[in-house]
Design a protein around this ligand. Structure first.
Ligand code: KG4
Ligand code: ZN
Length: 328
């Protein structure tokens, strides 16, 4: 079964053709980063206008790259939420319209479930259940226990900034380009080890996270001006990775998870990947970086298993902007 999947929840316009939920025949991502960089963050109106300009060319390119036409497509999937309303509407409505026009099954997909299912796009045996998922993106940081396909229980998560958001804010304080995550990772390569010590919010007795204190500490350090940017970047990254890897490995042990699945843009971070692999008691699965950041192949991966179960999304069901794991 070939699914045409479309994703436009934030600032990437993306389309992909995915076979049987496991094989990405194509995955095209048109990034708007350059447009938003000068504002230091994503501007929702600019994003939705850009999605409108890019959505048709990106879909065409995804079909072409997969050596397909719409005649070869068996179903259409679109990201329903969470995300920016004006952005979501463009891709979701494009997906709905193609399905309606061609008489194909349609399914709306949760973006965060998509990030988790990027782990199914990796060759080899499927992840094993129960799995502990660490979802670390620009908007979300959640520890989610997954007993089976589509069964999620949120155990912990951030009480303030998401991990990606913390990277982006720290990047701005350090004068690095947007988005801060990859630029901090790059700067940190020349920064360690350092005598600088930034705080870790352990929130003992919980599996929650908090990154706002760390962000404030970066602000004070930058104002003091005693440490060069690469050193602050290095210690900031170590502080985030320490808490994320520490809590994830402990929870995996407590829950008896058989796999740890890492998901979302921050999963592209090499230090996080390394520390999770080193500390977790069970095999850690992390998609290749191109499937960690926003893409449509991951949406096609979820659609693959849900369509197989007979799920369809009625055409009058709308987008949503905030996540609820219990309702996925
Ligand atoms: O999942 P994603 O592409 O979009 C959302 O759904 O939010 O995540 C984007 C986030 C940004 O905050 C970005 O700074 C972060 O992922 N990110 C990274 C890296 N690459 C992307 N953070 C740390 N290290 C990276 N290498
Ligand atoms: Zn995302």
């Amino acid at each position: 079964m070939k699914v045409l999947a479309i994703e436009s929840s934030c600032d990437e316009t993306a389309a992909a053709v995915v076979e049987d939920g496991r094989l990405a025949l194509s995955s095209i991502v048109s990034s708007q980063i350059d447009l938003h960089a000068k504002y230091g963050g994503v501007v929702p109106e600019v994003a939705s206008r850009q999605h409108l300009l890019k959505i048709v060319p990106v879909i065409r390119e995804a079909l072409e790259a997969a050596n397909c036409t719409l005649d070869d497509i068996d179903a259409v999937a679109g990201t329903r939420g969470p995300g920016l309303a004006g952005s979501l509407l463009v891709g979701y409505n494009a997906a709905r319209a193609i399905a309606f026009g061609r008489g194909l099954p349609f399914i709306g997909i949760n973006h965060l479930e998509g990030h988790i299912y990027a782990n199914w796009l990796v060759e080899g045996p499927e992840p094993e259940f129960p799995a502990l998922c660490l979802v670390v993106s620009g908007g979300h940081t959640d520890l989610v226990f997954m007993r089976g396909h589509g069964q999620y229980e949120r155990i912990g998560g951030t009480r303030d900034d998401a991990a990606g958001e913390a990277f982006d804010k720290a990047g701005r304080l350090l004068g690095l380009p947007f988005p801060g995550g990859p630029h901090i990772a790059k700067a940190a390569l020349e920064g360690g080890p350092s005598s600088l010590e930034l705080p870790r919010a352990w929130l003992h007795g919980t599996f929650d996270f908090s990154f706002s204190g760390l962000k404030t500490a970066v602000l004070h350090t930058v104002r003091e001006g005693r440490y060069p940017v690469p050193e602050v970047a290095w210690e900031f990254q170590e502080a985030v990775v320490d808490v994320l890897a520490g809590k994830t490995s402990r929870l995996a042990r407590e829950l008896g998870a058989r796999n740890v699945l890492v998901a979302g843009g921050v999963a592209a971070n090499a230090r996080l990947r390394e520390e999770l692999q080193r500390r977790c008691p069970v095999p850690v699965r992390i998609p290749p970086p191109k499937f960690c950041t926003d893409n449509a192949a991951m949406i096609g991966a979820v659609a693959g298993y849900r369509l197989q179960l007979g799920e369809r999304t009625p055409h009058d069901v709308d987008i949503f902007t905030t996540n609820d794991w219990a309702a996925v």
